[in-house]
Design a protein around this ligand. Sequence first.
Ligand SMILES: Cc1cc2nc3c(=O)[nH]c(=O)nc-3n(C[C@H](O)[C@H](O)[C@H](O)COP(=O)(O)O)c2cc1C
Length: 300
Amino acid sequence: MSKPKSNNAKTISVALTLCLVCSVLVSAVAVGLKPAQLENARLDRNKNILVAADMYDAESDTQDDVAERFKDFDVEIIDLNKGNYVDDATLADAGIPDRNAYDASQATKNQALSDDLGNDDPAGIGRKPKYAKVYVKKDDAGKPELVVLPIQGYGLWGTIYGFLTLESDMNTIKGISFYEHKETPGLGARIEEPEWRAKWTGIQSYDENGEVATGVTKAGNPKDNWVDGISGATLTSRGVSNMIQFWLGEQGYKPYLDMLRKEGGQTVDTAETQANQSKQTAQPKTELAAKLPVANGKEA
Ligand SMILES: Cc1cc2nc3c(=O)[nH]c(=O)nc-3n(C[C@H](O)[C@H](O)[C@H](O)COP(=O)(O)O)c2cc1C
């Protein structure tokens, strides 16, 4: 009578061992693949930055082309509320030791690095990061000729992530791309299609009073500098409209774009830096540094 008991014990111990071995294997594979996944995400992000800047040819461009062309961009971090570039010391004080690793979406999960938007949240993002990464392509004179701005907002089924590129006047839209969303293929997911994205090129973002004057209309209701919505996908179209208006507005990149226009696109100005320093000697070093336009390095 003791035989079946011992068989049961054996079966259970074999099953447990098998479970343990499998879970160790799965964990090891997951950990081993993590760097490759992060690298793929980085390459995809860089490709989508080029798509938004109209610098990517889906037919012919290789990963090497993407890597090479992405070198044209300076990767900067800005203070969204103040509109200025932020240097490493200020970032370190804020708890961001490595600017290359900074991820504004992750920052929205950190109370110290983001602000609750409460009811003033047309894009449906909940919290706004204090700092944002922007990608700047400069001309030979060092003036920004393209500025690629990360954007995000709620569509119908989830958050849509993308990039919006402005030309040197910080008003004309050069292009737009979307790289992550949960919208339905054939309906909301059509925001990714080149034909729809092309409608944004050449649009003027602001009116003569500096107010945001673009968005997405309901399909079939044309309006100057507004993009026709996708028929059958009114809710996704509205989500895109809200996110564009939010990120171009005061809560988004407008203070930064105003700064670029005022500075004539000069992001490095030694004379002004020195003038600011002498004017603001009483201020703590980090506060002063936050006010200065500084250009930072490249990111692979
Ligand atoms: C299965 C399913 C998936 C849908 N996916 C989307 C979507 O991704 N985006 C969207 O705006 N509408 C989507 N809709 C349609 C919306 O529910 C809604 O009817 C539509 O946005 C209204 O657009 P219209 O006024 O242009 O017809 C979906 C509907 C169904 C049944």
